[in-house]
Design a binder for this molecule. Structure first.
Ligand SMILES: Nc1ncnc2c1ncn2[C@@H]1O[C@H](COP(=O)(O)OP(=O)(O)OP(=O)(O)O)[C@@H](O)[C@H]1O
Length: 717
């Protein structure tokens, strides 16, 4: 938890941003101006055109709804006015009672578009977000404003979890944040289906689109949840969706793409985009130093892995810059200390990994540097978006370095499993005997280990069987084990005196543990000739009435069979091939996105214009020249042409063949040569230390696959 002081300082920053910009609006550009002069700022220009109010304008309903929204903004959020696009979204939700999609860039003010409606509507606002630190951040901010908000996550202790549950049940809680995975939690589902959800908010909603590398199958379940729970309205948020991805979101959540999609331009005139070519970390730091030293506020330096973060911070310190390192391997206390320093001190330099979420709510970041280029332009736009939210000039520097490209490409290819493993997995799914209720259930974690397929990739595969082939449909997964703990003695008395069959089965099977009583509901149900679901429901009921806290474990994903999977080996192989080819296409797509970043950075074009064009805003940068980026300053494109050899060295190919016995999977051999981890490689995880691992990093990956394929075929004949 962050200290009160930090919360207060964050709040102060926010309020200061609002009031300062009102006073000094005319001296500032871009974003700052939006707060004070709504009709003339660029948020409005690129936003969806104002629609004809269709008779709603001036109606009693609209007056009432929007009056209330303005009152909440002033009284609770203590802000003078909405940004114009925010107002349109809020009207769409609470006056028109329709779903909406919001595409505002990072810092564009997405949060208010649901936080204000949440306080105008009578039921619960459920926010689904994959980012735990962001959820906590928002909850703290809302609570400091006196708003009843909470997040449910697995780190909560029993009391906190219980409190949130009872506040949801009583209707006291206005905003609840959960992760998409929470929708798989039976006891959560049991609780939430008895609650009126006035607004469902889907954060990072681009994750529903299967086009990009950010696709998360759990997001498909959110769309289904919205339908099945009859939520009154849905708001999808994203900072990074391209037009195609926006269409996917609209389709999934039944959003009218013409009237319900809102967007503000990506272009921010106060950001100066720079690109530099460097040889290695030392060179990068040398080139970065002048910018770090000249900066007039905090800086974020992004690196790829934690070892690079440490190295960069160390090197900066050697040059007299007090840089802090921030990554997942630090203890909670250490991370909190860095966060506090960053939020409180006026010019902290933090080196962190890109996934860290650092700087998400700091208005005056003056420098954002990418020591390694980002994997996609969507990521880039989000990360540089953290700079200069206060509208003041800020610099965003990206390094291009030839040796980094193969590392990044290796990471883009890291998810792919072997076709043989995919077939083995599919064989299990196709031949497994269904449970009595006709469903199939699997422990994905176990399967992941058994078939050497990453859990997120297995999730993809199941989603493909469901969406592309219509064989199965994911249904509520279940937990086979529950730990029940007492909340009050009266509550516990109710559990002990419950005479239903399910209650008796649970009590007769539970084992007392330190944390309460543990029961395996699958075993208990079968011992008493009952359905597992009946026992789970009983536990859910006890929990709903506040008699116990139930912690579920040993999750199993569950699927209803819609059509039988292919019964023959040939059929399985054929299906596996299709899934495998899709996976390879996704891999190539990730690599393509990486090259899009290189193309952007080396384009013969203003960088700001090039980025805006990528997001569909061709006309937002005046005269297509920002005047401050590397291209505009030098008048020429950055020269960077990383070359990959297309003819692998035969002796190196032979060396790999000598240490890897596999001949059925040329891609696996190519991965060893290119330096991409795979559990099937010699010594498993330890293969990273093998001298041949990554011995052909300079060779085009597909040329390596071809070369090994040719060798494997020779051996077959
Ligand atoms: N109408 C407004 N008036 C003044 N300040 C505002 C207004 N709307 C939002 N802000 C401020 O702008 C900042 C950015 O808003 P917010 O965090 O909602 O952006 P975001 O779009 O969610 O960004 P991200 O993509 O990083 O989540 C916050 O400090 C917020 O308080």
């Amino acid at each position: 938890m962050l200290s009160r002081a930090v919360r207060a300082s964050r709040l102060a920053i926010r309020r200061a941003a609002a009031s300062t910009t009102t006073v000094t609006a005319s001296s500032r550009v871009g974003w700052a101006r939006t707060y004070a002069t709504p009709t003339s700022d660029h948020w409005n220009k690129g936003g969806q055109k104002h629609r004809d109010e269709q008779g709603l304008g001036g109606s009693f309903q609209q007056q009432n709804g929007m009056e209330k929204a303005h009152e909440v903004l002033r009284e609770t959020f203590r802000l003078p006015s909405f940004r114009p696009s925010q107002e349109e979204v809020i009207k769409r939700l609470i006056v028109d009672n329709e779903n909406a999609l919001v595409r505002f860039p990072t810092g564009g003010g997405k949060n208010l578009t649901y936080q204000v409606p949440a306080l105008c509507l009578d039921g619960l606002t459920l926010v689904i977000s994959p980012l735990l630190p962001l959820m906590r951040e928002q909850v703290e901010t809302l609570r400091s404003l006196g708003i009843k908000a909470a997040n449910l996550d697995s780190t909560l202790n029993i009391e906190a979890y219980n409190r949130v549950n009872s506040e949801v049940r009583s209707g006291e809680l206005k905003i609840l944040y959960v992760s998409p995975e929470r929708l798989n939690n039976e006891s959560f589902m049991n609780m939430i289906k008895r609650v009126k959800i006035s607004l469902l908010v889907v954060d990072e909603s681009h994750c529903i689109s299967q086009r990009g590398s950010t696709f998360r199958p759990e997001y498909l379940k959110i769309a289904r949840f919205a339908e099945e729970q009859n939520v009154e309205r849905v708001l999808c948020l994203t900072a990074t969706a391209s037009k195609d991805v926006a269409d996917d979101i609209c389709k999934s959540f039944r959003i009218d793409p013409a009237a319900g999609a809102f967007r503000t331009p990506v272009y921010r005139p106060n950001l100066s985009f720079r690109v530099a070519v460097a040889d290695g970390m030392g060179d990068k730091i040398e080139q970065l130093l002048p910018l770090v030293k000249e900066r007039t506020g905090p800086a974020i330096i992004y690196a790829m892995f934690h070892r690079h973060v440490e190295e960069a911070a160390e090197k900066l310190r050697e040059h007299g810059v007090e840089a802090l390192a921030y990554h997942s391997r630090l203890s909670t206390e250490e991370r909190e200390q860095v966060q506090n320093d960053f939020m409180q001190k006026p010019d902290t330099v933090v080196c962190c990994t890109m996934a860290s979420g650092m700087g998400i709510d700091k208005a005056d970041i003056r420098l954002v540097a990418h020591l390694f280029m980002p994997k996609t332009l969507e990521n880039y736009s989000q990360e540089v978006g953290r700079a200069g939210r206060d509208g003041l000039p800020s610099t965003c520097l990206m390094f291009l370095s030839a040796p980094d490209i193969s590392v990044l490409e290796g990471s883009a290819r890291a998810d792919t499993c072997s076709e043989k493993d995919l077939q083995r997995w599919l064989h299990e799914v196709a031949t497994k005997t269904p449970a009595a209720d006709g469903t199939l259930d699997f422990n994905l974690y176990q399967q992941s280990k058994q078939y050497d397929i990453k859990p997120n990739v297995l999730n993809y595969f199941y989603a493909e069987l469901e969406l592309d082939h219509g064989y199965i449909r994911a249904v509520t997964p279940f937990f086979s084990v529950y730990t029940l703990s007492e909340t009050t003695s009266e509550g516990w008395e109710k559990v002990l005196s419950d005479t239903s069959d399910a209650a008796i089965a649970i009590r007769e099977s539970w084992i007392p543990t330190d944390g309460g009583h543990e029961v395996d509901v699958v075993a208990a149900a079968s011992a008493h000739g009952l359905e597992r679901a009946a026992l789970a429901k009983k536990i859910g009921d006890w929990e709903f009435h506040g008699s116990i806290i139930a912690k579920a474990s040993r999750g199993r994903s569950r699927y209803a069979i819609l059509n039988p999977l292919p019964p023959t080996s040939e059929g399985i192989e054929e299906l596996a091939k299709k899934i495998y080819e899709r996976m390879l296409a996704r891999e190539e797509e990730s690599v393509r996105k990486l090259h899009e970043v290189i193309n952007f950075a080396t384009a013969d074009d203003c960088l700001a214009h090039s980025l805006s064009t990528y997001f569909g805003d061709e006309d937002n940068v005046p005269n297509a020249a920002c005047g401050t980026c590397t291209f505009c300053r030098t008048g020429k494109a950055v020269e960077f042409t990383p070359t990959f050899v297309t003819e692998p060295d035969p002796s190196k190919i032979r060396a790999i063949l000598d240490v890897c016995p596999e001949r059925d999977d040329p891609r696996l051999l190519a991965r060893m040569a290119f330096g991409i981890m795979s559990p099937r490689l010699p010594e498993g995880q330890g293969s990273r230390r093998h001298k041949l691992f990554g011995s052909m990093r300079n060779v085009d990956f597909n040329s390596l696959v071809d070369a090994f394929d040719a060798e494997c075929q020779k051996l077959e004949h």
